[in-house]
Design a protein. Sequence first.
Length: 342
Amino acid sequence: MSPAPGLVLGIETSCDDTAAAVVGPGGAIRSSVVSSQVDLHAVYGGVVPELAGRAHLELLVPVVAAALEGAGLPPGPGAGAALDAVAATVGPGLIGSLLVGVSAAKALALSWEVPFVGVNHLEGHLFASLLDHPGQAWPVAVLLVSGGHTLLVSMEGPGRYRLLGQTLDDAAGEAFDKVARFLGLGYPGGPAIERAATAGDPEAFAFPRAMLDAGLDFSFSGLKTAVVHAVRAHPDATDEDVAASFQQAAVDVLVAKTVRGAQAAGARGICLAGGVAANSCLRAAVAAACEELDIPAYVPGRAMCTDNAAMIAAAGRWQLEHVGPTPLDEGADPALRLPLLG
């Protein structure tokens, strides 16, 4: 086992956010900078991979510089003397975007003569709750919900994960994006649905709760289709009522299965992770469920829910100490899976 590392620079470019952060011992965030590409992709209603990769090329150097400055570190070669490692997301994600961050991180690690650590993006999200809630009691049930992933995991400690359930089709965030696009609410879909839902009736439509009482896997494809059929059958329906009813149906399933999974795993708390974890309805429902179960709810601040580099630096710091550095010849993997216990 390596000595506990000090400061770690994290770089995140898995999709459309260019991010860099410096994290120190105990998960202390010295700086966290995120440059969003939302405006660039909004006109297309979703992320355009080639545009995302090009934008990362333009944004990464100033974002890293801002993160170093925010952490009180000198620019250029001087920063290397204060850093113990450079960590970057190696997957999953868009291959063009991943390569920008990985290449930059390796170049910085080489020039500063510090280790490079390749981090699994999903594992980074699991570490996000640790940044806001250190000292958790294990195991905890983690609901990781984003545009590309919906996973229910029993986290027995850092680096120790058991899969409890996952989506069989669309991810929850993907369903939010597609429903928002169908309703013409704009991009990104999650915040757009939430804004519209605040003025709607969550009981206006009885949308299906797919597989609600069947196991711990999820399915959101049918819910998305039900929204389309309902709007076509009721053209006078308001977007607000449709959004509120859709959101409630999705949250009901997410929370019910998370509670069931937490009970099955003997979890001593429930964590939220991923972009959809920023949804107010979901956060409130998880908090209420945990109060009923008499266990803590570990809900990260919204900045730690969406893609950021602080979670990558935190995961990289743990990995460097317990696993070691990543070989420089290891590449990016757009289909990388979360490492699971057997």
